[in-house]
Structures are given as structure tokens and as C-alpha cells.
Ligand binder design. Structure first.
Ligand code: NAG
Length: 243
């Protein structure tokens, strides 16, 4: 009798677990954010027919005259890098602020178009990174800052001047990025028991910035990609071997 009774309870429990799992899946599905997987096809990719004529990319050559900058010869490795521990400068005594302001005034239309483009991307990146935060940041100590770098090393390994904290008339042009740096990269993950072979690993993202290139006298702005510290993950050796 007792045997039959406990088997019935077990079956009842099992049914409850399955029901709970089904509910959990339904809830998870329901709570999936509406923006999931939509990054690849941004809303502004409208068919060409709907694009009003005035949204066409400006033909810079037709009305923007080449502008003679008093471009100083820039060093391959800027002075400010000596004051910085990362691949970027957050302060820079040699930042060419007046040249950038001058260039923005001269090329305002083309500049604003590029600026709108990186501002849009920045918003998407910050949403994207929330997932990483939840999954990865707890096991290794890290430092997170929201920064406006003035210079950084691009994906080709070249130092670039980033348009940041530049006021022109009533506009303030800024580009903020979230930087998360491992405090103990390469060391054991401190919160994981010693019996596991683990390691804190610095992870990076490619972030796009609007940069100023004083040497391009024709149109001295461009969007370039920068590899920046984005999160601090804990890996086990087994995981390392698999990948
Ligand atoms: C580096 O730091 C020193 C001391 O704070 C400062 O005087 C110098 O201007 C800085 N260099 C640059 C290029 O920002």
C-alpha cells in the first residue's frame, strides 16, 4: 500500500515538474525582448522607393571645398598614451580641439550624418552588452567605467583622434563607451572552488567611433572600428580546449 502511494506521489511530482517546465518555457518565450535578433535588419533599411530624395548621401565633392588645416605632424604614438594604462587616452593635453571645431563648421552636413550613424550604433551596442553583463561579470573582479576617449588604437593598430567633448555653437558632440577591464586577467577566478582549473579572461568588443583625420583635407572625418575591453569572463581549461 505504502509502495503504491509513494509511486503515485512520485508520478504526481513528476507531472508537476513537467508542467512547471512548460510554464517556465512559455513565460521565458513571452518575456523575450521584442528587439531580440532584429539588429541585423535595422528599421531604417527601407526599400529604396520609400526613401525621400533629401535623404540621399550628400555628394561632398559638389559643394564642400577642400579646407586647408594647419595640420601639425601627428606622432604615431601620442604623448597622452604615456599617461594611460589602456589602449586609449581619457585626457590629452595635445588634443586638437580647435582644428576639430573648425572642421565640423566647414563640413557640418557630412559630419552630422556620420555622428547620427555612430550615435545610433552606440545605443544598440549598449542593449547588446546587457546580456554579457548578466552572464559573465560575477566570477572575476573587474572595473567598469563609462568613458569618452579622446584617442584610441583602432583595429589596425593605429592611434586615432576621436571626436569627443567638442562644442560647436550650441551642440556638444560626445561619444561614450562602456569599458570593463579585468583586474586579475590570467589569474584563477577567485569565486570558483580551487578544484576547478579556471582563468579570468579579458573579453573585447569592436566599437565604432567617429574619428578626426587632420591629414584628410578633403573630408577629415570617418567612422573606424576599435577593439576595446568589454567584459571579464571566467573560463575553465576544458572550455579553452574545446574552443
Ligand atoms: C601627462 O600627464 C602629465 C602629468 O599629469 C601632464 O602634465 C601632461 O600634460 C600629460 N600629457 C598629455 C599628452 O596629456
Amino acid at each position: 500500500m505504502q509502495m503504491i502511494f509513494s509511486a503515485a506521489i512520485r508520478r504526481l511530482l513528476w507531472n508537476n515538474i513537467i508542467a512547471a517546465a512548460i510554464i517556465a518555457m512559455a513565460v521565458a518565450d513571452h518575456h523575450r525582448p521584442p528587439y531580440g535578433r532584429t539588429y541585423e535588419t535595422p528599421a531604417y533599411h527601407q526599400p529604396q522607393a520609400y526613401t525621400p530624395a533629401y535623404h540621399q548621401p550628400p555628394a561632398y565633392g559638389s559643394y564642400e571645398q577642400p579646407h586647408a588645416y594647419k595640420a601639425k605632424p601627428y606622432k604615431e604614438i601620442p604623448e597622452c598614451s604615456k599617461n594611460s594604462t589602456g589602449p586609449y587616452c581619457l585626457s590629452d593635453a595635445e588634443y586638437p580641439l580647435y582644428e576639430i571645431q573648425d572642421a565640423i563648421k566647414t563640413h557640418k552636413y557630412g559630419f552630422l550624418e556620420l555622428y547620427a550613424d555612430v550615435a545610433d550604433l552606440n545605443t544598440k551596442n549598449s542593449v547588446d552588452r546587457l546580456n554579457e553583463l548578466v552572464q559573465e561579470t560575477y566570477l572575476c573582479p573587474s572595473e567598469t567605467i563609462y568613458a569618452r576617449p579622446l584617442r584610441s588604437i583602432n583595429s589596425d593598430g593605429k592611434w586615432r583622434i576621436i571626436v569627443n567633448n567638442v562644442k560647436v555653437d550650441y551642440d556638444d558632440f560626445t561619444q561614450t563607451v562602456r569599458l570593463e577591464t579585468c583586474q586579475t586577467a590570467g589569474k584563477k577566478c577567485p569565486l570558483v572552488p580551487d578544484c576547478y582549473d579556471t582563468k579570468c579572461v579579458q573579453k573585447h568588443v569592436h566599437h565604432r567611433f567617429l574619428v578626426f583625420d587632420a591629414y584628410d583635407h578633403y573630408f577629415p572625418f570617418a567612422i573606424e572600428s576599435f577593439r576595446l575591453p568589454a567584459s571579464c569572463a571566467c573560463f575553465t581549461e576544458a572550455f579553452d580546449i574545446e574552443h
